[in-house]
Write a protein that binds this ligand. Structure first.
Ligand code: NAD
Length: 449
């Protein structure tokens, strides 16, 4: 971060924008109206700011104008209110970027097939912004990314507009901490970290979020803010790998890892509970750590914890399917031609998101070993074909009935959604492979995996 005070050339634009923000007289543009962008846009609307959302997907724009939410955990009533009060509008016309004072970017940051950062969405959005960048605009990147994205990649493109950072326009990074399905937190109550590429950008960004978010945590720079997000997700990836490793070791010793973790969690300090599972899932934890791995190579450094955590976590689906196969074998049955019901295909409990779900490698392994697999997930009516798993056919949800359960040679619990009748499953299933610790008491037909 450079000097903390606006320079002599900067005050007019800076002061004007700060004043506009503080009097809530700004229009906030949110580019990318997905799991991050939509709740953020609504949170600003609910704080009496005008929001113009941008998305390349015309269906999302249509849904919003009709007052419909397309995300299960976002109530359509919130969209209807924001639209009716004329605070929320959406468009796929990027020329309208010129209308907004603040541009917040929440587009995807996946990995390429070679597991390197795929910056296509950030790059194309930055290009759209650059084409319309005008004096008095603040750009904030929220997509999770490696340290240096904002002040190297994004800044260099925006400077091609001929405008000057800190005098004409402002640029910052603020990581998103959405936890879809978590009833205890919403966008407004999750503290928001923010770091400017320069001091003026940091101050303006802080002011924007303070309009809508209860606690804003400023840090020294955009790259610090980028590092904060990666640190949080690497922390999760490594700790999940640790409990997954413990699960395998304790199982071999005939110790129930879930009982161990519950008991360890009674320690009131120095321990934080993570839960084992059938593998990592979601749009963040399996992906984000490798953004740092990639960037660290530029500095001749390796990220061994991240690599090791990745190695352990990707072996989990195989471990679970091996346990299933061994359990069938112990009953004199083969996995080939066995009927297996996969219970839960969302990547975590109580969400409708199947992106990067361990359900895909589980399905793949079960199919390759000859099993007939169907699934039940109350949150996911159909499982689409994805680019990474294009050889798996699209599937539909099956209603959970005693008859369906009785037809199965095994039920594999991959996601522990609330609201599923686990007693019904235990009553009717011949064999249950429980990869989430749903059943705590030993039962003849339950194998923990
Ligand atoms: N989902 C989460 O819980 C979560 C949490 C924290 C951070 N993040 C990060 O936030 C970012 C967005 O993630 P998400 O889960 O909201 O993704 P998403 O796929 O739900 O939403 C992204 C949206 O961007 C749109 N889009 C794609 N390219 C675009 C473009 N060029 N211009 C405008 N819109 C475009 C897509 O149509 C989609 O609606 C990612 O970097 C992700 O890592 C996600």
């Amino acid at each position: 971060m450079t000097d903390a005070k606006p320079t002599a050339a900067r005050p007019t634009v800076f002061d004007e924008l700060l004043q506009k923000i503080q009097s809530r007289d700004v229009c906030v543009g949110v580019v990318g109206l997905g799991y991050v962008g939509l709740p953020l846009a609504l949170t600003f609307c609910e704080s009496r700011l005008a929001v113009l959302g941008f998305d390349v997907d015309p269906k999302k724009v249509e849904h919003l104008h009709a007052g419909r939410s397309y995300l299960e955990h976002i109530d359509s009533g919130r969209v209807q209110t924001a639209v009716a009060e004329k605070r929320l509008a959406a468009t796929n016309d990027f020329d309208r970027l010129a209308e907004v004072d603040v541009v917040i970017v929440a587009v995807p940051t996946p990995l390429t097939r070679h597991r390197e950062p795929d910056m296509r969405f950030v790059e194309s959005t930055t290009l759209e912004i650059k084409k319309r960048l005008r004096r008095g605009q603040l750009v904030i990147l929220e997509s999770t990314t490696y340290p240096g994205t904002t002040d190297e990649l994004v800044l260099s493109q925006l400077l091609e507009s001929g405008l000057k950072l800190g005098e004409d326009f402002f640029l910052a990074f603020s990581p998103e901490r959405e936890d879809p399905g978590n009833p205890n937190f919403e966008t407004a109550s999750i503290p928001k970290v923010v770091g400017g590429v320069d001091a003026a950008s940091g101050r303006l960004s802080q002011a924007v979020y303070e309009c809508a978010i209860q606690r804003v945590v400023p840090v020294a720079s955009a790259r610090t803010a980028e590092a904060v997000k990666l640190t949080e997700n690497i922390f999760r990836a490594v700790n999940i790998a640790l409990v997954n490793e413990l699960k395998v070791v304790f199982d071999a010793m005939d110790i129930d890892v879930w009982e161990v973790l519950d008991a360890a969690a009674t320690k009131p300090f120095g321990f934080m509970k993570f839960s084992p599972g059938p593998g990592l899932g979601g749009h963040c934890i399996p992906i984000d750590p490798f953004y740092l791995t990639w960037k660290a190579r530029e500095y001749g450094l390796s990220t061994r914890f991240i690599e090791l955590a990745g190695e352990i976590n990707v072996t989990m689906p195989r471990y679970v399917v091996d346990k299933l196969q061994a359990a069938l074998n112990a009953r004199g049955q083969a996995l080939k031609n066995a009927n297996v019901l996969l219970l839960g295909v969302a990547y975590k409990k109580n969400v409708d998101d199947s992106r990067e779900s361990p359900a895909f490698p589980l399905l793949d392994l079960l199919r390759k070993r000859g099993a007939n697999v169907e699934y039940h997930d109350p949150h996911v009516p159909s499982l689409p074909q994805t680019r990474a798993w294009s050889h798996l056919r699209p599937m539909q949800n099956h209603e959970l009935t005693p008859a369906l359960i009785q037809q199965q040679d095994a039920v594999l619990i991959a996601t522990d959604h609330d609201g599923v009748d686990y007693d019904l499953i235990r009553e009717h299933a011949r064999l249950i492979i429980d990869s989430r610790g749903v059943y705590r008491k030993p039962s003849a037909n339950v194998v923990k995996a």
